[in-house]
Design a protein around this ligand. Structure first.
Ligand SMILES: NC(=O)c1ccc[n+]([C@@H]2O[C@H](COP(=O)([O-])OP(=O)(O)OC[C@H]3O[C@@H](n4cnc5c(N)ncnc54)[C@H](O)[C@@H]3O)[C@@H](O)[C@H]2O)c1
Length: 338
């Protein structure tokens, strides 16, 4: 197959990065089209990246005969409809998480994928494509830390981006779905198991606005997995020091920690504040290579006629777990997973 011609949808915080990556960092792929409802942003980005086809309407993009695949980086509430529309139009689909913002949307996405077994569908769980997580995962699978006892993960956005978090909040599906979804995916990936029960707490410690959509600015949950691993997740929007994503897996024979002190790089700054290491600012910085690797895998799957490891059913399961965590948070009770 020649280069995979990709149309990318949504040019916001992450969409612009995916578009730039497809234009310059993905082997065997070409950024053939762009789509965003914001006409001026679309024109400016398409000019900058030299993209000929540009559409403000998604329906026009999927009707374009010059594209083989779409990358969806649109608002979460549009994913399911766009996944179905693109697959029905015979385009391979890479969609950012989440698969859907409620259970029935996820089931609709499953049906759309099942109806087109000839198409590649992939969901953006990019942490599986981060070299450190892959390295740690290999060790767990090889049994190097024995039986997993506790999986602990923190995902915190910096307080300095709170305006963006508040703007995104109403249509994000809540913090468990928006932030903790990656840690839920990792917990299943690392333990090879599914949750049995969950208890969740949290609140609006700095920003009461999150209560308007029954969310918190900092939330946490404790789950018991079927293989008895304890899973503790914490997601927050108010980290004072930067973008803090850290993970620990405690096993019977060893412990693995991924970025327990999140660092921008290996530089130490010695100044009037003392000696310190700086922290990365956001997900784009921390997962720069992972965002490239995941779309590279999508393009490779299309070119090689194979399917990605992450399935649409993983997308549904992770979303269902996040909805149950949110329900446990809202109700303040221990919930059992179906
Ligand atoms: N995997 C990750 O680490 C990660 C990180 C951030 C965001 N995301 C996901 O990516 C998606 C986008 O997030 P974001 O932060 O970039 O959002 P954003 O709000 O910054 O950008 C969304 C973009 O989509 C455009 N848009 C809106 N409606 C559209 C439509 N009908 N057709 C085409 N374009 C449309 C908007 O104009 C905007 O440019 C969300 O689903 C989010 O959950 C994933």
């Amino acid at each position: 197959m020649n280069k995979v011609k990709i149309g990318s949808v949504g040019l916001g915080r992450l969409g612009l990065r995916h578009a730039v990556n497809i234009a310059s960092r993905i082997q065997g792929a070409e950024l053939a089209a762009l789509c965003d409802v914001d006409g001026p942003k679309l024109a400016q980005t398409a000019d900058r990246l030299g993209v000929r086809h540009r559409f403000t309407a998604f329906e026009d993009l999927i009707a374009c005969k010059d594209i083989d695949a779409v990358v969806l980086v649109s608002p979460s509430a549009l994913h399911t409809k766009q996944i179905k529309g693109a697959l029905d139009a015979g385009k391979h689909v890479f969609s950012e998480k989440p698969l859907g913002v409620n259970a029935s949307e996820c089931k609709e996405a499953e049906k759309a994928v099942e109806a087109r077994p000839d198409m590649v569908f992939m969901l953006g769980f990019m942490r599986r494509f981060d070299e450190s997580y892959q390295y740690a995962h290999d060790k767990v699978v090889a049994g190097e830390i024995g039986r997993p006892v506790l999986f602990r993960a923190y995902s915190q956005d910096p307080e300095k981006f709170i305006a963006g978090s508040l703007a995104f909040g109403p249509h994000s599906g809540g913090e468990f779905l928006d932030m903790a979804v990656h840690d839920i995916d990792l917990a299943r990936w690392f333990t090879g198991s599914e949750p049995e029960t969950v208890y969740a707490i949290g609140g609006c410690y700095a920003h009461p606005e999150f209560a308007d959509w029954k969310d918190g600015d900092n939330v946490s949950c404790l789950m018991k997995f079927k293989n008895e691993t304890m899973v503790f997740l914490f997601a927050g929007r108010t980290a004072p020091h930067g973008y803090n994503v850290e993970t620990e897996i405690i096993g019977t024979k060893g412990i693995l920690r991924v970025a327990s002190v999140p660092q921008k790089n290996l530089v130490e700054v010695l100044d009037e504040h003392g000696v310190r290491r700086e922290c990365g600012e956001n997900f784009l910085e921390r997962f720069d290579t992972a965002y490239v690797n995941e779309v590279q895998e999508f393009a490779n799957c299309i070119r090689e006629g194979r399917k990605p490891e992450v399935t649409v059913y993983d997308g549904t399961r992770v979303s269902e777990i996040a909805y149950t965590c949110k329900a446990a948070f809202e109700q303040g009770v221990l919930l059992r997973f179906k």
